[in-house]
Design a protein around this ligand. Structure first.
Ligand SMILES: Nc1ncnc2c1ncn2[C@@H]1O[C@H](COP(=O)(O)OP(=O)(O)OP(=O)(O)O)[C@@H](O)[C@H]1O
Ligand SMILES: [Mg+2]
Length: 266
C-alpha cells in the first residue's frame, strides 16, 4: 500500500448537467505517486463525469462541478483550462479512442507533443518509446488512423497522451469494444509504464477483471456515489464485486472478503 503523498485528490465532488441532473455526488478519491487506481462502475455510474471533472472538461458537455475540490500535485485545479492541466502533467485519454482519422498514426502521435513545444529530437525520442511500447503502431505509422483497427486507434490515443509526458495518465474505459487479446496488450503496456517509469494512472473501467489485475487500488461507483474502496486484489475476491462486475460466482476465501482494508462507504 502506498504511503506516498497523493498526486491527485478529489474531495466531496458533485457533478451536475444542466439544471437538474446530478451525475456524481460527494466523490472522494486519491491517486498516490506511482499508483494505479481503477474507478469501477456500471453504465451511467458516473465514471466519465468524474474524469471530466478532473480534467475540467465538463463545460463542453453543459455540465459543471457544483461542489467539492480537486487538487493535482498539491494545487487546486479550479478554473484551470484543460490545456494547462495537460502541460502540468495531467493527461486524459478520453472515452471512445479519439483519433484524428484523416491523419496518419505517426501524425496523431506527434499532435500529443505539440502542447509542450517539444523539440524535434525530443519528439523523435518519445516516438521511439511509444513504438517500443506498442510495436503495432510502428508498422502502421504511415497509415491513416481512420483505416486502422479499433485496438490500434486506442493504442494511438494512449500513445498521443504519452507524447505529452504525463505525470498522471487518466484513461476512460480503454478496453471498451476491443478483443480480449488487444485489451491484454494495452494493459500490459500500462502496467509496464507504471512499473518501469513509475507513471501514476487513474483508470475508469467496466471490465473489472482486467482493471483489478492491473491496479493497486479500486474505487467502486454506484449511481454517482463511491460505495466501496480497497486494495485491488481484495476487491476482486469479494462476493459482491465478483457477482456485479466479474461475472463469477465462486466463493472467495473467507479471509479476503473479511479484509479490514476494504472500506464500505455506502
Ligand atoms: N452530457 C450529459 N448531459 C446530461 N447527462 C449526462 C451527460 N453525460 C452523462 N450524463 C448522465 O450522468 C450520469 C453518469 O454518466 P457517466 O457517463 O458519467 O457514467 P459512466 O459511468 O461513465 O457510464 P458508461 O459506463 O456508460 O460510460 C448518467 O445518468 C448519464 O446519463
Ligand atoms: Mg463513461
Amino acid at each position: 500500500m502506498t504511503v506516498a503523498p497523493a498526486l491527485l485528490t478529489l474531495e466531496d465532488v458533485d457533478v451536475v448537467y444542466g439544471a437538474a441532473i446530478t451525475a456524481v455526488r460527494g466523490v472522494r478519491l486519491h491517486v498516490g505517486q506511482g499508483e494505479i487506481v481503477t474507478l469501477l462502475g456500471a453504465n451511467g455510474a458516473g465514471k466519465t463525469s468524474t474524469l471530466r471533472a478532473v480534467s475540467n472538461l465538463l463545460h463542453a458537455k453543459l455540465g459543471r462541478m457544483s461542489r467539492g475540490r480537486i487538487t493535482f500535485d498539491g494545487r487546486s485545479t479550479a478554473g484551470l483550462p484543460t490545456s494547462r492541466l495537460v502541460s502540468s502533467g495531467l493527461v486524459q485519454v478520453l472515452e471512445g479512442r479519439h483519433c484524428f482519422r484523416a491523419l496518419t498514426i505517426e501524425e496523431n502521435l506527434i499532435t500529443g507533443a505539440i502542447g509542450r513545444r517539444a523539440s524535434k529530437a525530443e519528439t523523435a525520442t518519445d516516438l521511439e518509446l511509444v513504438y517500443a511500447l506498442f510495436p503495432r503502431l510502428r508498422t502502421k505509422r504511415a497509415v491513416l488512423a481512420g483505416l486502422t483497427s479499433g485496438g490500434e486507434q486506442q493504442m494511438a490515443a494512449i500513445g498521443r497522451a504519452l507524447m505529452a509526458r504525463p505525470r498522471l495518465l487518466i484513461l476512460d474505459e480503454p478496453s471498451m469494444g476491443l478483443a480480449p487479446i488487444v485489451v491484454a496488450e494495452i494493459f500490459l503496456a500500462l502496467t509496464a509504464l507504471n512499473r518501469d517509469q513509475g507513471l501514476s494512472i487513474l483508470l475508469a473501467e467496466q471490465n473489472a477483471t482486467v482493471a483489478l489485475k492491473a491496479a493497486h487500488r479500486g474505487v467502486v461507483l454506484e449511481n454517482g456515489r463511491v460505495t466501496l474502496t480497497g486494495i485491488a486484489s481484495e476487491l476482486s475476491a469479494r462476493d459482491d464485486i465478483r457477482a456485479a462486475y466479474l461475472g463469477l460466482n465462486k466463493p472467495p476465501s473467507s479471509e479476503s472478503s473479511r479484509s479490514k482494508s476494504i472500506e464500505v462507504v455506502a
